[in-house]
Design a protein around this ligand. Structure first.
Ligand code: ZN
Length: 257
């Protein structure tokens, strides 16, 4: 059983808690119909001090990113899936059309309204993330929201009416003012912060010079692998895209020798 308090998960004595639920919970996934039970069981507790009462038990409340760092991607995905449903059910208690209470469906993981019959499902926000290259160099940019000097590949949310390729072109034009070609699908990753699906692409520069937009990005440049600034760690799809670029570049350099 995963135990959430706000957006944090309980860890006891360094172990992500898979034990029993505490006595007072706000929501417990095991109270949902059978069709919902294919995810890791979870419960949500009040924003109160943990009261297990045992002096020998050291309790921490950690965020999802720390789950990945400490227990790897598989556990992160299980916890991230539970988090997305937990967070949705926390906020989707009443119908946004008529205001009547929503209740969990028996047939699928939807909520239905007893007032107007409307059905709602967990939100999922698709976003593209793209590695753009030009003559053996990779486009990396610094986001103004990032306090550190970390640089990464570009990303942005898909808007209604767009194909994914159009989102790639629009985001790159908006953020750095260049046109790209040869857009290819790379892979995807669930990103539960709070409900994104990251869709990775590679692309090649076509025309234009880099002009960071100044609001979302304050710097952008073309980098050889040996010139990389601080880049994202671990197994995030942004890092996978960067590692893939480095691998392909090494292959093309050794092919020339
Ligand atoms: Zn309704």
């Amino acid at each position: 059983m995963l135990i959430f308090k706000g957006d944090k998960l309980r860890v006891r004595n360094g172990v992500l808690e898979f034990g029993d639920a505490p006595a007072d919970v706000l929501r417990d996934s095991r109270d949902l119909p059978a069709v919902w039970q294919d995810m890791e069981p979870w419960c949500e507790v009040e924003d109160a001090e943990d009261t297990c009462g045992e002096a020998s038990v050291e309790t921490e409340w950690i965020d999802l990113r720390a789950v990945w760092q400490r227990w790897g991607e598989e556990t992160f995905v299980r916890a991230g899936t539970a988090y997305q449903y937990m967070n949705w059910l926390r906020h989707a208690r009443f119908c946004s059309s008529c205001g009547a209470p929503l209740s969990a469906k028996e047939e699928d993981k939807g909520l239905s309204c007893g007032g107007c019959g409307r059905t709602v499902y967990a939100p999922l926000h698709p976003a593209i993330i793209v590695a753009v290259e030009r003559e053996g160099k990779l486009l990396l940019a610094h986001n103004t929201r990032m306090p550190s000097k970390r640089y990464s590949v570009l990303a942005g949310f898909v808007e209604p009416g767009e194909s994914l390729e159009q989102t790639v072109q629009r985001e790159i034009m908006e953020e750095v003012g260049i046109e790209v070609q040869d857009i290819r699908y790379f892979g995807s990753q669930s990103w539960p912060f709070p409900c994104s699906l990251m869709l990775g692409f590679t692309a090649r520069w076509q025309r234009g010079e880099l002009r960071p937009d100044g609001t979302e990005l304050d710097d952008a440049g073309w980098f050889l692998p040996c010139e990389f600034p601080d880049i994202p760690p671990g197994l995030s799809i942004s890092r996978r895209l960067i590692d893939d670029f480095v691998r392909r570049r090494q292959q093309s350099v050794s092919a020339l020798r």
